[in-house]
Design a binder for this molecule. Sequence first.
Ligand code: CMC
Length: 440
Amino acid sequence: MAKDSLTITDNRTNKTYEIPIQYGTYPQYGASIRATDLRQIKNGEEDFGLLSYDPAFGNTASCRSAITFVDGERGILRYRGYPIDQLAEKSSYLEVAYLILHGELPDEQQLKVWVDDITIHTMVHESIKKFLDGFRYDAHPMGVFVGAVGALSTFYPDARGVDDPDCRAIQITRLIAKVPTLAAMAFRHSRGMPYVYPDNDLSLTGNFLNMLWRTAEPKYEPNPVLERALDVLFILHVDHEQNCSANAMRSIGSSRPDPYCALSGAAAALYGPLHGGANEAVLRMLAGIGTRANVNKFVEGVKGGKERLMGFGHRVYKNYDPRARIIKQTADEVFAVTGVNPLLEIALELEQVALKDEYFIERKLYPNVDFYSGIIYQAMGFPVDMFPVLFAIPRTAGWLAQWEELLKDKEQRIARPRQVYDGNDTRDYVEVGKRPPAAS
Ligand code: CMC
């Protein structure tokens, strides 16, 4: 009779072990074994037991999660069960943030209270302004953002009560409300412009545009198409299950610091060019290619290992990234207002050439979320170095949902991977004069 287990024979000892196979709520979405079950497999009394070796977590489930579902082979992304295209079309960023954090869409009253709560928490302490003054005039806004979010920890010492659900709720509200303000301040600092206070009459994205662009006008009126486009882009970036920055949020959160410190670490993980820094890298790449005529030469360079085609490829998606498809539609709406970004031509040509090329087909490399987002951001007037910050604002909701889930999960403990030690075996210390000269 079929059994939900593995029978493993250790050929070193000829011993046989039976290891249970476990399923999540949906058996079709993955069976697993407990890695610690392998520890009973020993090659003698003194042996520590078998480890599973998995650099970069290529095949390790670090948690059970009910937040986001990604099926990379079929190009599916759902938040709490809702397909991303439905949310992008019908919902708003703040409603999706509520969904991702609470597990259900809010009813009318809950949505109103949530939006009001976020709106009244958008201000930051005046001392943040002085703190930001310490950054150099040309500081990268993402570095400023990472520092400023971490600094919030010192303003809210109560936030250390991470095991108290009410305490967590207030920090979550504060963070979601304040990250757009900090992001806008980071931008204004880099431009030497005075900071703009939040305007509570505006939507979250409308107010963000106000804090970025307002100059001397008494009241800033955001363009509704750009306000909505930004909202859609925010929805697409809310969460993406156990990626590098979510893993950083969980790993830091597992030692129980306040969420500002954990989120600052997650944002730092996002900053890298292989993760949220990719949209910035795409723009620099497109600008470097310069004209459509240079695309083939560039692609040859990628195939020869001289370059990387930024905005292409994904650890999980081995099919078109569903977010990239929605972004392409949003691009058309934005360009109708701003005029077409000249880099679009190069991007379209690059996509066409790559999708037909054996190198990319074989490796299942398709455009990811970052391939077109930068082109839209640039057309909307954002400088390239703001792109990762624009990613971090909505991802804050996702990081917090991952953090909250971690803290409620009884199976989770402080994150502490094992290693396979590869260094020197025991050796005796030799005094400095008695050591042989080091090889140059
Ligand atoms: N350009 C050229 N070759 C690539 C690319 C690329 N963008 N991505 C992967 N490859 C090749 C890679 O060289 C390797 O080839 P080979 O088997 O001959 O050695 C093969 O494809 C498998 O790549 P990998 O590096 O093992 O794949 P990974 O899952 O470790 O990396 C990735 C995923 C996203 C880091 C990578 O595809 C990449 O660097 N892409 C460019 C950066 C980027 O766009 N990042 C944004 C990701 S989506 C948003 C987010 O999550 O932040």
